[in-house]
Design a binder for this molecule. Structure first.
Ligand SMILES: [Zn+2]
Length: 237
């Protein structure tokens, strides 16, 4: 990945505006209207590089496209970008009939494709991205993402599947430290954790408000919502 001073140089071509406005690339533009930037002997699409930098990606499969929510090719605001599938992959998938066996998720706008599933599982395996974060990055629902990563859906795509099911492991290995409400230091019950997540999803509560409501620290709420702890409860919800 690029070193710090080249990253700085890259951003010097961008007028960073408010989070929800387009940030227009001020550097060179290619014949199709997209900004580009030469880096380490290669020509990068500016919005693609912006997304990679903003999300601290080590790399990004060429099968994955960085798409615009705002339909502004010169925009490099990472908040306006999401990961999607290249058109070729959709055609490829249809040709192979993968889209018609009900295993993939293609309901409404929330659509994953096999390259997206492989990339998401790879990112998840780094430990740096929660299901929630990946769902946002790929523009799909959290439950679609959960299922795809676990292999409940897209089980025909083996890449990135570990075959490891924590539920079975805990049940068959009594020496495993109990998680959740059975853990010695538990401050919350399973039920409360699920309620916290539900409250948060409703959009009415901030982390601070939830901490006050359930009488726990703000950081504990953060851990629960990011899936750092009580992750096993995702299996239930
Ligand atoms: Zn934009």
């Amino acid at each position: 990945m690029p070193v710090a001073n080249t990253i700085e140089k890259f951003w010097s071509y961008v007028n960073k505006g408010p989070k929800d406005e387009c940030w227009i690339w001020q550097g060179p533009i290619n014949s199709t209207g997209y900004g580009y930037w030469g880096l380490q002997g290669a020509k990068w699409l500016a919005h693609r590089l912006s997304y990679i930098l903003a999300n601290k990606l080590e790399s990004l499969s060429p099968d994955i496209c960085v798409c615009h929510k705002c339909d502004t090719p010169r925009c490099v605001n990472p908040n306006h970008l999401f990961l999607g599938s290249k058109k070729e992959n959709w055609d490829d998938m249809r040709a192979k009939g993968r889209n018609s066996n009900g295993k993939g998720d293609h309901s409404g706008m929330a659509r994953l494709s096999s390259p997206m599933v492989i990339e998401a599982r790879k990112l998840y395996a780094t430990g740096n991205y929660s299901h929630q974060k990946l769902a946002e990055m790929f523009g799909v629902s959290k439950s679609s993402m959960n299922k795809a990563i676990r292999g409940d859906t897209w089980s025909h795509i083996k890449d990135g599947l570990t075959g490891y099911d924590p539920r079975k492991y805990v049940q068959t290995h009594p020496d495993v430290i109990p998680k959740g409400e059975k853990a010695p230091s538990a401050k919350l019950t399973d039920k409360q954790v699920l309620a916290i997540r539900q409250d948060y999803t409703s959009g009415k509560y901030t982390h601070v408000k939830l901490a006050a409501k359930y009488g726990v620290s703000k950081s504990l709420i953060g851990y629960i919502l990011s899936g750092k702890i009580w992750r096993h409860l995702e299996e239930v919800s």
